[in-house]
Design a protein around this ligand. Structure first.
Ligand code: NAD
Length: 281
């Protein structure tokens, strides 16, 4: 059984990105810039943003965090995004979610110029991804995709089952695997027989938010299992997959923590660099 070491693979990706940034600096005499907007003082958001800034600096990106209090008015944020859209030193804009209730999340997402939308949430990028065109892809599914490709470079004809249909994870994951010629089934809370669906899969991606939902006897021998879930329970942090039992059948599996998580930030850096490169053409 292969334990998919997301920490190591993310570190390798960051190393590659660092080299790429330094080549871009020579070629264009400037580096890609990432601007993160953080509203309020939610602890998890602050930790995520700090980690994003640290990783961006490590690979040599120009990185900036703009902070606003919880009470900030929506139009202040929308005006700021519009200014950043016009700022040539900014390649990527990310507004850390969740937002305070009085700020319309969709309005914020749609105000970001799609060419700077490093989260890949803008409807234009969602549409481009599902049409098979070049686009920014949400960071977590992009990270899952890169992990799967490390284990199995040729996905032609593989049967993939995605558990969870969120816009953030399940849906973009489906598009990425369809593009690789997988036969993809997307399952969700109303799926009749989840076990039977999972048993058909060569690849399972679980993004649900239910601790250890995917059991050992739901997984056929030789499958690749990617666990996106992060669930805090009494014994610590666990994923959406029963790691101990599923490991007995899977060919390869991601641990939680240390699997998908580290890839998410590395993919944000990749998206920022890709936005910069597209803007230089
Ligand atoms: P979400 O709540 O937006 O969506 C959950 C999906 O699971 C829904 O589509 C729902 O239909 C489906 N679902 C619910 N109950 C189900 C059931 N019994 N059987 C099958 N499907 C069911 O969640 P999300 O934002 O996609 O996040 C999912 C998990 O991934 C969470 O644990 C979250 O913390 C984690 N997450 C991890 C990362 C990372 O970087 N590793 C990033 C984002 C989210």
């Amino acid at each position: 059984m292969i334990l998919i070491d997301g920490k190591k693979i993310a570190a390798e990706l960051r190393e590659e990105l660092k080299k790429e940034v330094s080549n871009l600096k020579v070629k264009h005499n400037k580096v890609p810039g990432l601007t993160v907007i953080l509203i309020g003082d939610l602890t998890p958001s602050q930790i995520y943003v700090r980690n994003k800034e640290k990783s961006a600096n490590e690979v040599g990106l120009k990185s900036e965090v703009i902070k606003y209090p919880d009470s900030v008015e929506e139009n202040i944020i929308l005006d700021k995004i519009q200014k950043l859209n016009k700022d040539e030193t900014v390649s990527g804009i990310l507004v850390q979610l969740p937002l305070p209730k009085h700020i319309d999340r969709q309005k914020v997402i749609e105000t970001i110029d799609p060419s700077k939308d490093v989260d890949g949430f803008h409807p234009m990028n969602v549409g481009n991804l599902s049409s098979g065109y070049e686009s920014s892809v949400p960071c977590t599914p992009l990270g899952c995709y890169l992990l799967i490709k490390k284990i199995e470079p040729n996905l032609n004809g593989k049967k993939a089952v995605i558990v969870g249909r969120s816009n953030l994870n399940g849906k973009p994951m489906t598009q990425l695997l369809l593009k690789e010629n997988c036969t993809v089934t997307i399952t969700h809370s109303k799926t009749k027989d989840l076990k039977a669906e999972c048993l058909e899969a060569d690849i399972i991606v679980a993004a649900v938010g239910i601790p250890e939902l995917v059991k050992g006897d739901w997984v056929k021998k030789g499958s690749i299992v990617i666990d996106v879930g992060i669930n805090k329970i009494d014994k610590g942090i666990v994923g959406d997959v029963d790691f101990k039992e599923v490991s007995k059948n899977a060919k390869a599996i991601t641990p939680v923590p240390g699997g998908v998580g580290p890839m998410t930030i590395a993919c944000l850096l990749k998206n920022t660099i890709d936005c910069f490169k597209r803007s230089q053409i």
